[in-house]
Design a protein around this ligand. Sequence first.
Ligand SMILES: NC(=O)c1ccc[n+]([C@@H]2O[C@H](COP(=O)([O-])OP(=O)(O)OC[C@H]3O[C@@H](n4cnc5c(N)ncnc54)[C@H](OP(=O)(O)O)[C@@H]3O)[C@@H](O)[C@H]2O)c1
Length: 234
Amino acid sequence: MKAFITGANKGIGFGIAQHLGLAGWTIVLGARDEKRAAQAISALESSGVNVAGWVNIELADLTSVKNAAKTLAEQHPDLTLLVNNAGIPGDMGQKSYETDMHHLKETMDVNFFGTYELTQCLIPTLAKNAGRIVNITVPTEVSPYWHPLAYVASKAAQNTMTSIMAMEFAKDNIPVETYSIHPGPTTTDLNGNMDLPGFHTADTVGQKVAEVINDGQCHNGEFIELYPIVDEGA
Ligand SMILES: NC(=O)c1ccc[n+]([C@@H]2O[C@H](COP(=O)([O-])OP(=O)(O)OC[C@H]3O[C@@H](n4cnc5c(N)ncnc54)[C@H](OP(=O)(O)O)[C@@H]3O)[C@@H](O)[C@H]2O)c1
């Protein structure tokens, strides 16, 4: 059981790496900075996690994504799980009708196009190992409380990718399972470490994501919500 987790150097990705690792998975970290990767590896190893290394991946750069996928296929042909966790919030303060195009494209590049490219490149390896793709996301349905356009649109595209791939994997007999997990409001750098009622820690969320991954059930095509979005103004 070997997992590659993008954005594993901090936040929810680190929590998932830690709890999958403690449950017996060998972890390969995705990160885009050597120092941050080394710090995370050291913390994981000192808590008893078996780390098989890290792979440099910048999701906004498709060449970097392709190189990362090539490295994974060559050095980790036994990969059984891809967790598409890395993501950016965009500028959550921009109104839908004032969002600038550069900003919208940047958010789509990371959360959708880079994530799609990595997923597509790793499908042959994962299919060979009857593996899984787990996508960390937010709901496509727009919440009345919280609805930053660039972020939600990019995750809606990612969720659509998950639903359609799940359907086509089943129809075309490709032995890969894919599903989405919405962690719910989590106190991380992504939201300036917001800590309001209804928020949880990356450690709690990482543990719950690992529990879903390890529950022995098929979740193909599902959208699993760990905690709901809360009214941050309440
Ligand atoms: N926090 C929440 O409330 C919440 C709720 C629902 C869903 N999520 C989702 O959970 C996932 C993790 O979020 P988080 O809250 O843990 O955020 P975070 O603490 O900001 O961590 C984000 C991770 O993604 C990496 N990353 C960012 N941009 C990247 C890029 N262009 N290429 C490669 N890696 C990149 C970061 O690397 P660096 O350290 O190098 O920047 C970091 O490792 C995201 O997909 C997010 O949408 C979060």
